[in-house]
Each structure stands twice: as structure tokens, then as C-alpha cells.
Design a protein around this ligand. Structure first.
Ligand code: DGT
Ligand code: CA
Ligand code: CA
Ligand code: ZN
Length: 574
């Protein structure tokens, strides 16, 4: 899958154009839009090209003829001429530098020109010598912001978002299945556990032609280089920037290998100790008795069963108490993707969404949603093209029109992602709030408030009795922006008292609340709403990331409000 690489290149071209001549707004925007589309696409561009050609790409929102041709050029040659030419003028790692908080394209260029900053290493050197603050237009504050940005970037440690890694893993799985050399292919590791970021991909294969299988993997279109190759394992470097471990497993060991390569290390260590206590030995080949005979191995559930344990879904296997629960046969059913009946957070062209409301409705129907809620931004979110009162009226009318038009197919709720103002009030008059079926409220501004003030602000809003769902509660962006400083216990307590649901925003760079914060929230009697925060029709499929995050936080169906029927939901939203 070339998506990630192409999106990175498009963004880099836009960055370089901005340095060169920022008046070419339309061109720059075209590259950014195309990058956004490709980045969040869940299907490989090369698959679209193979099926429908350049025209197929042009059907995508934000991809015109030029962009489609550039994509085709890259998939055919592994290069994009336009990019190669521009790189000569700007020979530094613009893509990485502009990912750092506090550095835009122009600043990256200034840092390069003045201090020779080319990448993270040279940026750190400049920070170490405190040379950045001496540059005109930078100063003390910029230097410390950039230093913080670098720290966040490095904490990420080159880990990739699940939303980028999983589609790539799935595409490889499909290719291996179609190769004719594999009897069974499964994703393992952190990707299978649906962890928010992934260090490398792990794939398990049953194959009776291991040599041919390994050759196939070495020659796959996404393979950049073979890192190591042995008789049962091949590690390749993927062009998109991750490594991928593929292990070839015997059929009779496949369940044991799944157990070993899905659970995180700590989970595995615990399970192995249980095996030892029961007089067995457990490894990736099987569960063996004292005489070395296999008592289980082909089937993963059987391995756990022989150890006296319930089966746990991969999302649970993080050694957070699930092993003990499984031993006591207390593993319960987690919320499933199929339980989700509606999506309560989505944007349209009325604010910063890219698709029309009607197209969003059609996509929701296609996905089988029973209801959806529109949540275009309130006016204060001017960067996101927030609506004023007059625009809200038109928005409101359009919702009513679509309600009639799609009556019987889907229920449409009226809402707005309402800014929680600096003083904890909501960014709409009561009159307009009253017209909404529910209120989703989020913090988007003054993100640096100290903990006490920030918590007071949010709690005051929750206690106003006017909001129903708190949108992306910590407002973090994975590997890019830290969470706002909130005393979450106070927030959850207030939410419990006031019947406010906490959102699990399913957008791949948010996943907010995170799994760990969901676990914290569960100590209180709060409910959750798993929403996609869609800005395009394709984003509605992000629901699976939200549901998996909920599973990683051990949520059940009854913890999640958008598993309710429309009737029940509207009753609790009143
Ligand atoms: P990642 O790649 O950092 O996102 O995280 P994982 O969990 O995918 O870790 P990885 O790729 O190093 O290993 C894949 C699986 O193999 C992991 O889920 C657990 C298992 N595993 C790795 N190293 C060990 C180990 O030393 N002991 C045991 N018991 N299991 C291990
Ligand atoms: Ca891994
Ligand atoms: Ca690995
Ligand atoms: Zn928002």
C-alpha cells in the first residue's frame, strides 16, 4: 500500500510550495486535500488503480486529474518527478520537521538556512546550544515550544498510528492469501491488540511452501528491503516506514503461536507461569506436558482452556488484570462493532467537513447506521469555519429536509460541536441550544490553561446541565499534541452526577478517551459515546478504532450510549 508514502510526499510538496511562494494557495491546498484523502483512505491506491484506473482515483473527494496522475506515477515508478525536483531546492527533511509543534514550512526553511537544521538530530543540536531563540522572529517561547514538540515526537519513538498500520497489515494479509502459498494468514502483535500506535507489524502464516512464501514477501510491492531472512521468519522493511515480521508456522502449532504473538509480553509471561504451575511448558510451538507431548497447540482457545482460563479478546491482553479474571472464569462480553447503532459526531461542509450532509447521510445508511447526529462547529471555532446563528438556521433546515427525505431509512439528530468557552460557558445562546436534540461540547481553545482552571472550566460546563456528551475529552493528538491538563477524576465525577457521556473519539490520531483513561473513568458510573468525528464520508469507517479502544478499556455494550435503540437514546438525551 503506497498511501502513507504518497500522502507524505504530497504534504512535503505543499510545504515546499509554501516556502517558495505562499500565494499559490489553490495549488498548495490541492496537495494538502489530496494528502488528507489518501492518508485516511482504508483501501490501497494501487488497488483502486488496478480496478478502475486513474478515473477511479478521480472519484475520490479532493483528487483531481493532476493528483491522480501523480499517484499513478508513484505507484508505477516509486518516484514522483515533481517532488524530486523540488527536493533539490530544499534538501532537508521537511516532512519530519513540520510535524514538530511550533515549526511550519517557513520556519523549517529558516532553521535550515540559518542553523543548518536538516532533521531531528540537527534540530536537537541547535536546541542544545540555545541558538534558536537568537533567530529573528523565534525567541525564548518558540524555542521552548519546539523543545516540547521534539520531546513529544521522540516519545512516539517512530511508532505509527493504528489507523495507518492496520489497513497496511490487512492489505499484506490479502496479498499473502492470494499468493497461493498460504493456507492461513493472521495479524498478530500490537496491531491485533489494536493498540493506538504500532512499532512493527507481525503476521503469522501457515504455508507448505515456505521458500516460495518468503520469496513472495521479499518481492511484494510494499517491500523496500529484506532485513533478515531465515527458514521460518522473514523481516522486511516496508516502504511506508514500518518493519514487518512474517513468521511461518506449522499448522499444529498455529494456536500456540497466536497465543504467543498476540498477547503483549507481560500477558505472555503470566500465562506461561500458569502453565508451569500446572506442570506444563508453554511456548510458541505448543502446550507440552512433562513428557514433551503436545496437549494443545492448533487452536488458541484450547491452549487457554487447557490452562483453566477463559478466552480473552486480543484487545484485553495487556496484563491489566485479564489473566486473573480469565482464571476465575469471569471474562465478560465486550462491546462489539456490531452493537453500534449510530454515530453522534460528524462534520459536513457546513463547517470544516469535506462532504455534504446528504452524502454523509447516504454513507451512514450504506453502513447500516440506525441514526446519526450532525455536529458542525459553533462560531468560536473560526479556524474550523464554525457556524453563526444565521448559518445554523440554514443547517437546521437542511437537517429537517433530509429527515423527511430519508424517513424510514435513518434517523437524523440535530446537534453542534459546541465550544466550551474559556469561562466554562457554551458557545451558543440557550435558544439555539434548545433546538438541538443533544449537545456535544468540546475544548478547542486556550489549551494551555493550568490544571485547576482547566478542570473548573470543564466541570462548570458539565454542571450547567446543558451538555450531553463531552467531545474528545483530553484533546490530545497522538505523537503531536499533549492532552489538556485536566483532573480527570473531577471531570468523571461531575459527568456521573450530571449524566454526561464521555466520548471515545475514534479518529485515528485522537482515540480520546484513551484506553487507560477509559479504565479510570470506569470507576465512576459514567457512560460513553463512541463516535467517528468524521470530516469525510470515508471517515465513518473509523468506528472500528473507537470500538477497539473501548474494548481495550474493557467496556461492555451497556456502557456505550450509541448501542441504544433510537427510542432509548432520545429518552436519555432529554
Ligand atoms: P510493538 O511492535 O512495539 O507495537 O508491540 P508488539 O506487542 O507487537 O511487540 P513485538 O512486535 O516486539 O512482539 C510481537 C509479539 O511477540 C508480542 O505481542 C508479544 C510477543 N513477544 C515479543 N517478545 C517476547 C518475549 O520476549 N517474550 C514473550 N513471552 N513474548 C514476546
Ligand atoms: Ca509488533
Ligand atoms: Ca515484531
Ligand atoms: Zn472537536
Amino acid at each position: 500500500m503506497d498511501n502513507k508514502k504518497i500522502a507524505d510526499i504530497f504534504n512535503a510538496i505543499a510545504d515546499m510550495m509554501e516556502i517558495e511562494d505562499d500565494k499559490r494557495i489553490f495549488e498548495i491546498r490541492a496537495y494538502r486535500r489530496a494528502a488528507l484523502t489518501i492518508e485516511t483512505l482504508q483501501e490501497g491506491v494501487e488497488d483502486i488503480l488496478a480496478k478502475k484506473g486513474v478515473e477511479g482515483l478521480m472519484e475520490l473527494n479532493g483528487i483531481g486529474k493532476t493528483m491522480a496522475q501523480r499517484i499513478e506515477e508513484y505507484t508505477k515508478t516509486g518516484k514522483m518527478q515533481k517532488y524530486e525536483e523540488m527536493r533539490k531546492k530544499f534538501p532537508f527533511d521537511i516532512g519530519t520537521l513540520t510535524r514538530i509543534q511550533g515549526i511550519g514550512p517557513k520556519r523549517a526553511y529558516r532553521l535550515y538556512k540559518a542553523l543548518g537544521v536538516k532533521d531531528i538530530a540537527t534540530l536537537k543540536a541547535a536546541l542544545g546550544k540555545h541558538r534558536i531563540k537568537t533567530l529573528e522572529g523565534f525567541g525564548e517561547k518558540s524555542e521552548s515550544d519546539i523543545a516540547k514538540g521534539v520531546a513529544i515526537f521522540e516519545q512516539g519513538g517512530g511508532r505509527m498510528l493504528l489507523g495507518t498500520a492496520l489497513p497496511q497489515a490487512e492489505s499484506i494479509v490479502n496479498q499473502l492469501k492470494e499468493s497461493g502459498f498460504a493456507e492461513r494468514v493472521e495479524i498478530a502483535g500490537s496491531t491485533r491488540r489494536m493498540k493506538e500506535t504500532v512499532g512493527d507489524l507481525d503476521i503469522l502464516v501457515i504455508s507448505d511452501k515456505p521458500e516460495k512464501m518468503a520469496d513472495f514477501i521479499a518481492k511484494m510491492r510494499e517491500t523496500e528491503a529484506v532485513v533478515v531472512r531465515g527458514p521460518t521468519k522473514i523481516t522486511v522493511r516496508l516502504r511506508m516506514g514500518l518493519n514487518c515480521d512474517v513468521r511461518i508456522i506449522e499448522k499444529e502449532s498455529f494456536g500456540a503461536a497466536m497465543q504467543y504473538f498476540i498477547g503483549n509480553k507481560d500477558h505472555n509471561v503470566k500465562v506461561r507461569q500458569i502453565a508451569i504451575k500446572r506442570g506444563y511448558k508453554l511456548n510458541e510451538y505448543g502446550l507440552l506436558d512433562k513428557k514433551g507431548r503436545s496437549v494443545a497447540g492448533e487452536d488458541e482457545k484450547e491452549v487457554y482452556a487447557k490452562l483453566g482460563m477463559d478466552y480473552m479478546e486480543p484487545e484485553m491482553r495487556e496484563n491489566r488484570g485479564e489473566v486473573e479474571l480469565a482464571q476465575r472464569h469471569k471474562i465478560f462480553r465486550l462491546v462489539q462493532l456490531g452493537d453500534i447503532r449510530g454515530d453522534l459526531h460528524m462534520h459536513t461542509t457546513y463547517s470544516d467537513g469535506m462532504d455534504t450532509m446528504e452524502d454523509m447521510v447516504k454513507e451512514a445508511i450504506r453502513l447500516g447506521r440506525e441514526y446519526i447526529g450532525f455536529t458542525d462547529h459553533s462560531v468560536r471555532e473560526y479556524v474550523a469555519n464554525g457556524m453563526d446563528d444565521a448559518k445554523f438556521r440554514i443547517y437546521s433546515k437542511e437537517i429537517e429536509r433530509l429527515r423527511k427525505r430519508y424517513d424510514g431509512q435513518i434517523k437524523i439528530l440535530k446537534s453542534s460541536e459546541t465550544d466550551i468557552s474559556k469561562d466554562g460557558s457554551l458557545d451558543w445562546s440557550d435558544k439555539i441550544l434548545d433546538e438541538m436534540d443533544y449537545v456535544l461540547a468540546s475544548v478547542h481553545t486556550y489549551l494551555n490553561m493550568p490544571k485547576k482552571e482547566m478542570t473548573d472550566r470543564v466541570v462548570k460546563c458539565i454542571e450547567s446541565g446543558k451538555m450531553n456528551i463531552m467531545g474528545h475529552p483530553t484533546n490530545r493528538l497522538i505523537n503531536r499534541r499533549p492532552p489538556i491538563d485536566l483532573d480527570l477524576d473531577r471531570v468523571f465525577e461531575a459527568a456521573e452526577k450530571n449524566g454526561v457521556a464521555m466520548e471515545i473519539d475514534a479518529f485515528p490520531d485522537r482515540l480520546d478517551l484513551s484506553d487507560e483513561n477509559i479504565i479510570r473513568a470506569k470507576k465512576y458510573n459514567v457512560r460513553f459515546s463512541i463516535d467517528t468525528d468524521s470530516h469525510r464520508i470515508g471517515h465513518q469507517s473509523f468506528m472500528r478504532y473507537g470500538v477497539s479502544t473501548a474494548k481495550r478499556g474493557w467496556l461492555r455494550k451497556e456502557d456505550v450510549i450509541n448501542t441504544l435503540s433510537f427510542k432509548e437514546l432520545t429518552r436519555i438525551l432529554k
